[in-house]
Design a binder for this molecule. Structure first.
Ligand code: HEC
Length: 102
């Protein structure tokens, strides 16, 4: 029983480490690729941290927003113009942006 508790705790710790790593990656991708437009809200891009712009977007859900970035929307090119970004990179960046208005 004790072993089970230890195992469960270890798995939980590893999982939360994984989440922290994804959050760091999301910020790194944002800073490198997305900030150009989204830090200041260039060309109508939803500005980082702007609650009134993000609230209606968040209602669509993270998956739909990630899909928008992959497909491209308006001035924003597919994958924000960086073909080497994986779906997971984009999802992490979108999650990072969503977390800034929570
Ligand atoms: C060239 C400037 C530019 C870059 C770079 C850019 N975006 Fe955008 N983004 C925009 C603009 C402009 C819109 C608004 C598009 C519209 O509604 O027509 C937008 C919209 C969005 C939306 C809302 C999509 C929706 O369904 O309404 C998300 C989420 C988003 N961007 C995430 C990202 C992420 C993540 C990155 C980096 C990987 C990124 N953007 C890079 C300009 C950019």
């Amino acid at each position: 029983m004790k072993l089970l508790v230890i195992t469960v705790t270890t798995v939980a710790a590893l999982l939360s480490m994984g989440q922290a790593a994804a959050a760091d990656e999301g910020k790194a991708t944002f800073d490198k690729v997305c900030a150009v437009c989204h830090a200041k809200g260039l060309m109508g891009a939803p500005k980082l941290g702007d609650k009134s712009m993000w609230e209606p977007l968040i209602k669509k859900g993270g998956a739909a927003l990630t899909a928008s970035v992959i497909a491209g929307k308006g001035v924003m090119a597919p994958r924000a113009g960086v073909a080497s970004l994986s779906d997971a990179d984009i999802k992490a960046a979108v999650d990072y942006m969503i977390n800034q208005v929570k």
